[in-house]
Design a protein around this ligand. Structure first.
Ligand SMILES: Cc1ncc(C[n+]2csc(CCOP(=O)(O)OP(=O)(O)O)c2C)c(N)n1
Ligand SMILES: [Mg+2]
Length: 273
C-alpha cells in the first residue's frame, strides 16, 4: 500500500481505538497508539491474509504479545474487513462482549490467533508457530509485537534462545521500544534499555528503526525476509500515546479514559481524514 494511504489507515485505527476506550470507559490508550503504525502496516501491507477466511491455514500468523494494547488490533481487524458487517461499537471490556480488555482466541473475534495479556509469552508461542511452519513445510511467517517492559519476563529469552537454535528465519519480532512500562521508565526499573544489544547477543538478525515510519517498517520486513538462517528482531523506537498531543510520552495514559474535553481534542487531532 502507498505510504500516504497507509498513514491514513493508521490515523483511522488510532481514532477508533481511542473511541472504543472512550465509549467503554476503560482501557490502555497509550500502549495502543504506540504500536498503531506497526499493526496497520502489517495488516495493510505486509501480511499474507484472507480477512474473509480468518482460519486459512497458510495465513501469516500474528501475536500481539503486549495484549493490553488490543484496542488497536480490534480496530485494525475491523478496518481490514475481518468483521462483516463492520463493528460500529465495540463495547470494549463489557461483560459478555467479545472485545475484552485482553484479546482472546476463544471469545469469537475473527482473526485472533493467540490469547495474550499475561505478558511475556508471545515470542515463545511465536517460535512454536514458526517451528510448526518449518516442520509442515509451510511458507507462512509469524509476526509478534512485544512491549519493551515485557522483555523483562524471563520466558521471552527462552523463546529467543530456541528460535535462534532452530534457525527460525520465518519469525519476525517487533519490540515496541517506547521506554515506559506501567508506571515508570524501563531505565528506572532495570537500569538499562539495551534491547538491540540483547537480541544481537542471542544471534538474532537485528534492525533498529523508527516505529512510526511506515516506510521504515516495510523496508525492515523486506530486509528480514531476504536474510536467512536467523530469526529477526525489529527494534522500534516509539512514543507511547503517539498521535495525540495530550498523551504523547505521558505515561499516565498507560491506562485511562479521555474526559469529554479530551475527546473533543481527540476528534480534532485524529478524526476525519
Ligand atoms: C505477566 C504480567 N505481569 C504484569 C502485567 C501487568 N501489566 C500490564 S501492562 C504492563 C506494562 C507493560 O509495559 P510494556 O511491555 O513496555 O508495554 P507498553 O504499555 O509500554 O506498550 C504490566 C506490567 C501483565 N499484564 N502480565
Ligand atoms: Mg513500553
Amino acid at each position: 500500500m502507498e505510504t500516504a494511504a497507509l498513514q491514513k489507515v493508521a490515523r483511522r485505527v488510532r481514532f477508533e481505538a481511542v473511541r472504543m476506550i472512550y465509549e467503554g470507559k476503560e482501557g490502555h490508550p497509550g500502549p495502543a497508539l504506540s504500536c498503531a503504525d506497526i499493526v496497520a502496516t502489517l495488516y495493510f501491507d505486509v501480511m499474507n491474509i484472507r480477512p474473509d477466511q480468518p482460519d486459512w491455514e497458510d495465513r501469516d500468523r500474528f501475536i500481539l504479545s503486549k495484549g493490553h494494547g488490543c484496542p488497536i488490533w480490534y480496530a485494525t481487524l475491523n478496518e481490514r474487513g475481518y468483521n462483516n458487517p463492520k463493528v460500529e461499537h465495540f463495547h470494549l471490556r463489557e461483560l459478555g462482549s467479545i472485545f475484552q480488555g485482553h484479546p482472546s482466541m476463544h471469545s469469537g473475534v475473527p482473526g485472533i490467533d493467540m490469547t495474550t495479556g499475561s505478558l511475556g509469552n508471545g515470542i515463545a508461542i511465536g517460535a512454536g508457530m514458526a517451528y510448526a511452519a518449518k516442520a509442515h513445510h509451510k511458507d507462512y511467517y509469524t509476526y509478534v509485537i512485544c512491549g519493551d517492559g515485557e522483555m523483562q519476563e524471563g520466558v521471552t529469552w527462552e523463546g529467543v534462545n530456541m528460535a535462534k537454535g532452530r534457525g527460525l528465519d520465518n519469525l519476525v519480532v517487533f519490540v515496541d521500544n517506547n521506554g515506559f512500562q506501567s508506571y515508570k521508565t524501563i531505565e528506572f526499573t532495570i537500569g538499562q534499555n539495551n534491547m538491540a544489544d540483547r537480541f544481537r547477543a542471542f544471534g538474532w538478525h537485528t534492525q533498529e528503526i523508527n516505529g512510526h515510519d511506515v516506510e521504515q517498517i516495510k523496508a525492515a520486513v523486506t530486509i528480514a525476509k531476504a536474510t536467512s538462517g536467523s530469526p529477526h528482531a525489529i527494534i522500534c523506537r516509539t512514543v507511547k500515546g503517539k498521535g495525540l498531543s495530550y498523551m504523547e510520552n505521558n505515561n499516565k495514559w498507560h491506562k485511562g479514559v479521555p474526559t469529554e474535553e479530551q475527546w473533543e481534542i481527540t476528534k480534532r487531532e485524529l478524526g476525519g481524514e
